[in-house]
Design a protein around this ligand. Structure first.
Ligand SMILES: Nc1ncnc2c1ncn2[C@@H]1O[C@H](COP(=O)(O)OP(=O)(O)OP(=O)(O)O)[C@@H](O)[C@H]1O
Length: 245
């Protein structure tokens, strides 16, 4: 388990007057649950990309434990991500023509020719854990909620220290979103993984311990809310209108 430490991180894009990300300092402790909210265009996806090494900042350090991702090459960052990060994105990035379990095992397939029985067993156990019984069902025949659950199982296969989710419930109906959100938080807890989620979903947000809000690329820590039981939290959040985009 490693801590995340960002220092003096800036990301700019041509044609924009101000940096899309400007973070003097941010620390996330190992095992912490963090929700990132903020208006459209405030830099949430850019922040996710920077902390997972998908994108390099123009300046600054992005340190996970002893490793600073910034000086690494793209292939070194890819290797680091494959070992340490489970990613759950709004678009599921699943492969049609393959079964649910083959999709869960796909990251391993890229690395080894034959999948060890132990990993196949873990993939099956994860599918059971996310409530999917038909492991051989082809992915394109599954509902969106089921596909997202396959994506959650795939993200957890390698026992990542860090679970990162970008709008994991956005394209799901309320019931499926609730299932996926609950699974993410429960599984992150069980695996002692750090969970960082970008979401506008008040129910998911209410389940996470720490709340960061991005405003024009800068982080505003919201200490007003801490995790409370989901039902009460959803009601309270809806009343207060605090988790908005
Ligand atoms: N490659 C790029 N080139 C130019 N501008 C970019 C690029 N990537 C992002 N941006 C701009 O940076 C800003 C932040 O984008 P980002 O996707 O991080 O925002 P966001 O908070 O995730 O938005 P949303 O909630 O709408 O997904 C936006 O104004 C976007 O247009």
């Amino acid at each position: 388990m490693v801590a995340l430490q960002l220092s003096d991180v800036r990301v700019s894009f041509p044609g924009l007057d101000a940096p899309v990300l400007d973070i003097p300092r941010l620390e996330i402790a190992p095992g912490e649950n963090v929700v990132i909210t903020g208006p459209s265009g405030s830099g949430k996806t850019t922040l996710i990309n920077v902390i997972t090494g998908l994108e390099k900042p123009d300046q600054g350090t992005v340190r996970w434990g002893d490793i600073d991702l910034v000086p690494l090459t793209e292939s070194q960052r890819d290797a680091w991500r494959a070992t340490h990060v489970g990613l759950v994105m709004q678009e599921f990035h699943l492969f049609p023509g393959l079964s649910a379990i083959e999709n869960v095992l796909l990251p391993v397939r890229f690395r080894v020719f034959s999948v060890p029985a132990e990993l196949r067993g873990r993939a099956a156990a994860l599918l059971e854990r996310v409530g999917l019984k038909r492991h051989d069902q082809r992915i394109e025949t599954m509902s969106r909620g089921e596909m997202q659950r396959v994506a959650v199982a795939r993200a957890l296969l390698g026992k990542p220290a860090v679970l990162v989710a970008d709008e994991p419930t956005a394209s799901l109906d309320a019931a499926s979103g609730a299932v996926v959100g609950d699974l993410l938080t429960e599984l992150a807890d069980e695996e002692n993984a750090t969970l960082i989620a970008v979401t506008h979903d008040p129910r998911l947000a209410s389940r996470l311990q720490r709340r960061l809000r991005l405003v024009a690329g800068r982080i505003v820590e919201d200490t007003a809310q801490t995790a409370v039981p989901p039902t009460a939290a959803s009601a309270a959040t809806a009343q207060q209108g605090q988790v908005t985009s």
